[in-house]
Ligand binder design. Structure first.
Ligand code: NAD
Length: 472
C-alpha cells in the first residue's frame, strides 16, 4: 500500500546530472545549445514519447495499478491514451501553431513588415500530482516540447511506481540532454524551486501552489497553477435523471473520485434529489456490481492518510449508499451522503474538496438558490449542469464563473483538444491543452522591420512643423 510518506529521495534525472541544481544546469546547457529549437527535434521527441506510451502501455498500466488500483482500460482512456491523443493532435497542427504570423502595418509605417513569432521560453519545470500521474506529467510536457523547450519533470512521490517507470522510460526514449526527471518529494522539489526556470507548470493543491508562486517570484518566473477545489453539479428539475445518474456516477467514481474535475457535490431541488437517489444507487450497482470491492474497474485510495481523511467525512447517519471501507487495501466504497445544511461549518463534506468517492447531495429551493450557493464559494475548476433547457444553460454561462462549464456530462470536456483546460481564481491560473499549451510555453515575440531607403521616418523626427504635428 503506497503511503504519502514515501520520499524516495533519489535523483533520477534523464541527463546524467546529480542534484536537482545540476539537472537544471544540464537542461539549460541543452537549451542554450539550440538543440531543442528545430521543428525536427520537437517532432522526434513527440514521436518518441508516443512510441514509449504505446509500446510500454502494459508496464505503465501495471505501475498505475500498483499506485491507484486503476484498471488497464481506465489507465488507457484517462492516462496513456489521453497523452497519445494529445501528441497526435499536436503533431497534426505543429507547423501551423509554430509558424510566424504576419501582422498588418499602418500606412504611416509602410513599407515596414510586422510579424509575431513563437519562440521557446527555455527550461520548463513541470511539477505533477499523484492522481493522474501519467497524464498530468506528460500532457504539459507535450506542450513544452512542442514549443521547443528543455523540460525538467518532477512526478509525484505519492505515486512512486508510476514516478519510477516514467523516470526510467523517459530516460531511455527521449533526448537525455534536454528532458530530465527528478524523482522525490518535498526536499527535492524545494531544491528545484530554488533554481531559475523560464516557466513553472504546477498541478496540485492550492497550499503548495502558494509555495510555488512565492519561489517563482524570486526569479520573476511565470507560473501556471492547475489547482482543484469543489466542482459542483446542479441537476435541474427538467434533467434526464436516469442518464444524469449514470454520468454522475461515472464522473464521480472514476479513479475512486480522485479526479480534480470530479463532480464534488450535487445540488438539486428536494423532489429532484429524492428521484435521483435510487437512480444513483442503481447506477453504482450497474457500474461496479453488488460489491464494488470485487470490481476490477473500481480503484483504490492512494494512501492510508487519504483513506482516513475520507472515512472521517462520512457520517453513517447520513449515508444514502456505501460507506464501507477496508484500511488494509485502501478501499472506500462508492458513497452517497446527504447534506442537511451546506452552510453549516459542521458539514465537513462541504468544507473542502473531497477528492475521493464520497458524493454529497445538497437540496436547494431552485435555480436561483443553486447559483447563489455556487457563486458564494471559490470559483470551481469545473461546473456541471444537467438540464434539457437552453435557458438554464444560458443562465449558468452568464451568471457563474468556473474554469469550465459542462452541460449534461462531467470530465469529457478535457478530451476536446481545442478547449483550453485550466481554472480561475482559487482553482488555478493559466490553461493548457492543444494549441493553448504551445502558446503557454512560448513567448510571442513581435518582430518589426523597416527598410532604410527610402527613409520614411522623417515625419516623426524633430524639428516638428505644424504640418508634421497634424500628421502625428
Ligand atoms: P501531491 O501531493 O502529489 O503534490 C503535488 C506535487 O507537489 C508533487 O509533485 C509534490 O511532490 C509537490 N509538493 C508537495 N508538497 C510540496 C512542498 N511543500 N513544496 C514543494 N512541492 C511540494 O498532489 P496533491 O496536491 O495532493 O494533488 C491533489 C490536488 O491537485 C487536488 O486539489 C486536485 O484537485 C488538484 N489537481 C488539479 C488538477 C488540475 O489539472 N487542475 C489535476 C489533478 C489534481
Amino acid at each position: 500500500v503506497p503511503t504519502d510518506q514515501v520520499s524516495p529521495a533519489r535523483d533520477r534525472d534523464g541527463g546524467g546530472g546529480g542534484r536537482p541544481a545540476d539537472v537544471v544546469t544540464a537542461a539549460r546547457r541543452a537549451f542554450d545549445s539550440g538543440v531543442t529549437k528545430p521543428r525536427a527535434w520537437r517532432v522526434a521527441q513527440l514521436e518518441a514519447l508516443r512510441t514509449l506510451l504505446v509500446e510500454r502501455e502494459e508496464e505503465i498500466a501495471a505501475a498505475l495499478h500498483e499506485d491507484l488500483g486503476k484498471s488497464a482500460t481506465e489507465a488507457w482512456v484517462t492516462e496513456t491514451g489521453f497523452v497519445v491523443r494529445e501528441i497526435d493532435h499536436t503533431l497534426r497542427h505543429l507547423r501551423a501553431w509554430t509558424a510566424a504570423r504576419r501582422v498588418r502595418v499602418p500606412l504611416s509605417l509602410a513599407p515596414g513588415r510586422a510579424k509575431v513569432v513563437r519562440e521557446p521560453l527555455g527550461v520548463v519545470l513541470v511539477i505533477a500530482p499523484w492522481n493522474y500521474p501519467v497524464q498530468l506529467c506528460l500532457t504539459p510536457m507535450v506542450g513544452a516540447l512542442a514549443a521547443g523547450n528543455a523540460v525538467v519533470l518532477k512526478p509525484s512521490e505519492v505515486a512512486p511506481a508510476t514516478s519510477a517507470v516514467l523516470a526510467r522510460l523517459l530516460r531511455s526514449h527521449l533526448d537525455r540532454s534536454a528532458v530530465h526527471v527528478v524523482e522525490g518529494g518535498v526536499p527535492e522539489t524545494t531544491e528545484l524551486l530554488a533554481q531559475r526556470f523560464d516557466h513553472i507548470f504546477y498541478t496540485g493543491n492550492g497550499a503548495v501552489g502558494r509555495i510555488v508562486l512565492e519561489a517563482a517570484a524570486r526569479h520573476l518566473t511565470p507560473v501556471t497553477l492547475e489547482l482543484g477545489g469543489k466542482s459542483p453539479a446542479y441537476v435541474a428539475d427538467d434533467a434526464d435523471l436516469e442518464v444524469t445518474a449514470q454520468r454522475l456516477v461515472w464522473g464521480k467514481f472514476t479513479n475512486a473520485g480522485q479526479t480534480c474535475v470530479a463532480p464534488d457535490y450535487v445540488i438539486a431541488s428536494r423532489p429532484t434529489l429524492e428521484a435521483l437517489k435510487p437512480l444513483l444507487v442503481a447506477a453504482i450497482a450497474d457500474a461496479f456490481g453488488a460489491d464494488p470491492a470485487t470490481s476490477p474497474d473500481y480503484g483504490r485510495i492512494v494512501s492510508r492518510r487519504h483513506l482516513d481523511r475520507l472515512t472521517a467525512l462520512v457520517d453513517p447517519a447520513r449515508v444514502v449508499t456505501g460507506g464501507r471501507s477496508d484500511a488494509s487495501t485502501c478501499y472506500l466504497e462508492p458513497t452517497v451522503v446527504e447534506v442537511r445544511d451546506a452552510d453549516d461549518p459542521a458539514e465537513s463534506v462541504m468544507r473542502e474538496e473531497i477528492f475521493g468517492p464520497v458524493l454529497p447531495l445538497v437540496a436547494v429551493e431552485g435555480l436561483d438558490a443553486a447559483i447563489e450557493l455556487i457563486t458564494s464559494r471559490d470559483k470551481p475548476l469545473a461546473l456541471y449542469v444537467f438540464t434539457r433547457s437552453d435557458a438554464v444553460q444560458r443562465r449558468f454561462t452568464r451568471d457563474t464563473s468556473s474554469g469550465a462549464l459542462a452541460v449534461n456530462v462531467p470530465l469529457a470536456h478535457l478530451a476536446v483538444p481545442g478547449l483550453p483546460f485550466g481554472g480561475v481564481g482559487a482553482s488555478g491560473t493559466g490553461a493548457y491543452h492543444g494549441e493553448r499549451s504551445v502558446e503557454l510555453f512560448s513567448h510571442t515575440k513581435s518582430v518589426f522591420a523597416l527598410p532604410t531607403r527610402p527613409d520614411t521616418t522623417g515625419w516623426v523626427r524633430p524639428p516638428f512643423t505644424s504640418a508634421k504635428e497634424r500628421v502625428i
